[in-house]
Ligand binder design. Structure first.
Ligand SMILES: Cc1cc2nc3c(=O)[nH]c(=O)nc-3n(C[C@H](O)[C@H](O)[C@H](O)COP(=O)(O)OP(=O)(O)OC[C@H]3O[C@@H](n4cnc5c(N)ncnc54)[C@H](O)[C@@H]3O)c2cc1C
Length: 314
């Protein structure tokens, strides 16, 4: 057998192996190939995920992870509200955790599945007279994405009340981690490589449901007055540098309202990029790079993206 023949045989074997685990995934959840990520991100841009799985439940997720070869890259997906996927797509498996959406209340301790929307979580906590996560009423992601990003606003963040999480490791094993193990910082959590958060446990404190709901209402109305919420966006594009605001710097650099292709730096809030309808991912990346360059030239400050740049955009 010559070298070309043996390479051909290896390729055939690999393809057969791929077909085997791919067909097994159909049993473990909603599975598709070449799934457009523009359908799953709030910016409404992004090319196809090579494979896409929405597991039925935690056990299906664990079984799937144990099956998938370790060289297949995993991308956990919440509501895609902080994700920029390239136009060329993602060459791996996107795992949508939205079916993991159970709750458990035990006094002031509340556990929620990764796929519970933060808005729903905050409303349920208000109904139980539990305070500490009011800000979640204004953040459009899920609990898993909120943990991964240490989401926050209005002087509250996930790390204030998070006490523990459960993750499924790349091997398929379930592991419990204390919040103290996650090095939680401003929009940052350190998770085990290629792991997926499947649930999170918070410790909240008692307060009057009416007062909690009033704080949530006030946060929501401050949001809608200042942010371009009617157009596709991903919230704050850049992290605020120490002692300053990314929006102030982008505006002072003269870029408020600046447009590339179908993407525009919002005229309402300069730390938002909106998709005017036909934006591509590369329009948004070009705007991000332009803002970074101009702000650095003018103010000697390098803005760091808060939005998670996926795959080749990293
Ligand atoms: C209008 C608007 C307003 C916003 N306001 C705020 C705000 O005030 N404060 C704020 O912090 N953010 C804000 N955001 C950004 C975003 O909502 C948050 O970062 C949110 O936490 C992302 O959650 P998600 O479920 O959408 O995560 P995704 O966007 O789906 O994912 C974000 C990152 O987390 C990872 N991830 C997601 N789920 C998991 C999981 N289960 N396990 C492991 N990793 C996971 C993803 O792989 C990705 O790297 C806003 C966004 C929008 C569109």
């Amino acid at each position: 057998m010559n070298a070309a023949q043996s390479l051909h045989e290896i390729a055939e074997l690999m393809q057969k192996h791929t077909q085997e685990w791919v067909s097994a995934l159909h049993e473990l959840g909603k599975f598709s190939e070449q799934e457009p990520m523009s359908r799953h991100t709030t910016l409404a841009v992004g090319g196809p995920a090579r494979w896409f799985l929405r597991p039925h439940d935690r056990d299906s997720l664990m079984a799937a992870m144990a099956l998938i070869p370790t060289d297949v890259e995993i991308l956990p997906l919440g509501r895609g509200s902080n994700m920029l996927v390239p136009d060329g797509g993602f060459d791996g498996l996107v795992v949508d955790l939205s079916k993991l959406n159970d709750f458990k209340f035990d006094g002031c301790i509340v556990s929620a599945g990764a796929g519970v929307r933060m808005g729903r979580f905050s409303r349920q906590c208000a109904d139980h007279g539990l305070s500490g996560c009011e800000f979640m009423a204004t953040v459009p992601g899920d609990i898993g994405g909120g943990v991964a990003m240490n989401a926050g606003c209005f002087a509250q963040q996930v790390s204030d009340s998070l006490i523990a999480i459960q993750v499924v490791l790349r091997s398929g094993e379930l592991k419990e981690l204390d919040a103290a193990d996650l090095q939680l910082a401003y929009r940052h959590a350190t998770l085990p490589a290629q792991s997926l958060v499947v649930s999170a446990t918070f410790e909240l404190h008692p307060d009057s449901p009416d007062q909690i709901r009033e704080r949530m209402r006030s946060m929501r109305s401050r949001r809608s007055a200042t942010q371009p919420l009617s157009q596709p966006n991903c919230g704050s594009v850049f992290k605020n540098p120490e002692g300053d605001h990314a929006a102030r710097l982008v505006e002072a650099a003269g870029l408020k309202g600046f447009q590339i292709g179908g993407a525009r730096i919002s005229s309402q809030h300069a730390n938002f990029i909106v998709n005017e309808g036909e934006a591509s991912s590369s329009d948004i990346v070009d705007l991000i790079r332009r803002a970074q360059r101009v702000v650095e030239e003018e103010f000697d400050i390098r803005l760091e993206p808060e939005v998670r740049m996926i795959g080749e955009l990293l």
